[in-house]
Design a binder for this molecule. Structure first.
Ligand code: RP5
Length: 164
């Protein structure tokens, strides 16, 4: 069974990361979601990733704040695609997590999305786009979603536009 795995460094990350889960749910994509930390529970993180891969995890979303090494730690454990979500959990507003997540050495990629909620949503979309390469039904759903988004822009515009 193919699924997306969402791992976050702390329970305190859930309020933002529930947006990844809700986005996947909207499209009927199966996922697991756990808390495991690169720093506080490195063995649990490694064991989980190996087990999840064996069960069918095709993409991993790793979210963490501060010195965010979770996505990089996953990249050290699996060659499945890793999407990193930097979170705002300190006085540096997520810039610390952004740099910690994005600045991977060559050959050890972590696809990094925006800090916070938009990143959580986009991580789910990106994960689905990866799955959709070999899932035509999901690919159609993603295309339909784009059409709806374009229609919404037109509807929104009509309610406020002034054109000479
Ligand atoms: C990171 O430290 C977590 O991902 C979280 O964003 C941040 C703070 O964690 P808590 O102290 O709230 O558990 O590892």
């Amino acid at each position: 069974m193919n699924f997306v795995s969402i791992i976050m460094g702390s329970k305190s990350d859930y309020e933002v990361m529930k947006n990844s889960a809700e986005t996947l749910e909207k499209f009927g994509v199966k996922f697991e979601m756990i808390v495991s930390s690169a720093h506080r529970s490195p063995e649990r993180t490694k064991d989980y990733v190996k087990g999840a891969e064996e069960k069918g995890a095709k993409v991993f979303i790793a979210a963490a704040g501060m010195a965010a090494h979770l996505a990089g730690a996953l990249a050290a454990t699996t060659t499945k695609p890793i999407i990193g979500v930097p979170l705002d959990a300190s006085s540096l507003n997520g810039n610390d997590a952004l740099l910690s997540t994005v600045q991977m050495p060559g050959g050890m990629p972590v696809g990094t999305v925006a800090i916070g909620k938009a990143g959580a949503v986009n991580a789910a979309y990106l994960a689905m786009q990866i799955l959709a390469i070999s899932d035509d039904e999901l690919a159609v759903k993603l295309k339909e979603d784009r059409v709806l988004k374009a229609q919404k822009v037109e509807t929104d515009s009509k309610s406020i536009e002034v054109i000479l």
